[in-house]
Design a protein around this ligand. Structure first.
Ligand code: ZN
Length: 326
């Protein structure tokens, strides 16, 4: 996608914001009923007597059973018919097809938020009205490049009373395989980067040093035992006092795999992931590069170099030591 194509795509995409998903409020196929409530409760392991124990419920303040509020969306779902016959065309289907036609064929439901206002009870009819509420700007995530869209649904009963609302968030993205085979175009889509390293209180120091080209190994200050990956306490003596030494990155292949599937954005294939015995005595997981996969073997001597592997990421990459690749 060139910048011009991206603009044209987004100009059309954002016209879907505010569109109704159904032309009229959609009525649930079945009214609220005890059979569906019982099955749902069994699957969810929810033993609340307010849902299924009619004797108990008759003596309760309500005087009758109710549907679990979280079932709200279940009443208006199409069910298994969709699997065999496809989902009937609606505003959301049209938008999803528009995404698919432009390569954003991956779908990932990311969030559901529901709010409940009024209880539903057996015999009630449930109606759903939904719109496409928002579409994000283009995002680059570990899954790939894409857009988040959010639908907003209102659920009412036969008296037109609002019983609850739901926001549903979906990420539509270019799946990595398609991204990998898409023709490269300068200045077009942003190159996918690898997943950002999670930096917490116990490991941020390690990644910060890696950013500066150094691979550190944590060392217990009490008993001098080395440990990796970083963690707050020594496994030998339980001391929380530690410092670190810098690894020479001299190592040996302890074990390795060639990753084929799924293909993640931001990686070069073939991709070899190895468990490496470092000369210092700890192990590290990293990629072995710079040779044919068939030449890599257990026990092979390798040497690491901290390199920039994508615009945001520094990582050690291990190369065969001359004469070691068989
Ligand atoms: Zn120790």
């Amino acid at each position: 996608m060139t910048p011009e194509e991206k603009k044209a795509f987004e100009d059309e995409l954002y016209t879907y914001v505010g569109k109704a998903i159904y032309s009229a409020p959609r009525k649930g196929y079945d009214d609220v009923n005890t059979a569906m409530i019982r099955q749902w409760s069994e699957v969810m392991g929810d033993k609340n007597p307010a849902y299924n124990d009619s004797e108990w419920a008759a003596k309760s303040q309500r005087g009758h059973t109710i549907a679990p509020p979280a079932m709200m969306y279940a009443w208006t779902q199409e069910g298994y018919k969709v699997a065999s016959e496809g989902r009937p065309a609606d505003g959301q289907v049209e938008m999803v097809q528009f995404f698919d036609r432009h390569g954003f064929s991956g779908s990932l439901g990311t969030n559901v938020d529901q709010e409940y206002f009024v209880e539903a009870k057996p015999g009630d009819s449930i109606f759903e009205e939904s719109i496409i509420d928002s579409i994000s700007e283009q995002k680059s995530t570990a899954r790939g490049i894409g857009y988040f869209f959010e639908t907003y649904a209102k659920f009412t009963n036969q008296d037109g009373v609002l019983i609850g609302t739901q926001r549903f968030r979906v990420f539509k993205f270019i799946p990595p395989v398609e991204a990998a085979t898409a023709p490269a175009q300068d200045g077009a889509l942003e190159v996918p980067t690898r997943a950002v390293s999670p930096r917490g209180q116990d490991n941020k120091w390690w990644w910060d040093a890696c950013d500066e080209g150094k691979i550190l190994i944590q060392r217990c200050q009490n008993c001098q035992t080395l440990r990796h990956p970083p963690r707050p306490m020594c496994g030998e003596c339980q001391s929380t006092e530690w410092d670190s030494i810098e690894s020479t990155l001299d190592g040996e292949v302890y074990s390795f795999v060639e990753m084929h599937h799924p293909k993640f954005p931001g990686y070069q294939y073939p991709l070899v992931v190895a468990v490496i015995d470092l000369a210092e005595g700890t192990r590290i997981i990293a990629n072995v590069v710079g040779c044919e996969v068939k030449d890599i073997h257990i026990g092979m001597k390798i040497k690491g170099k901290v390199e920039q592997v994508d615009p945001k990421t520094m990582l050690p990459q291990f190369y065969p030591v001359a004469g070691s690749a068989a």
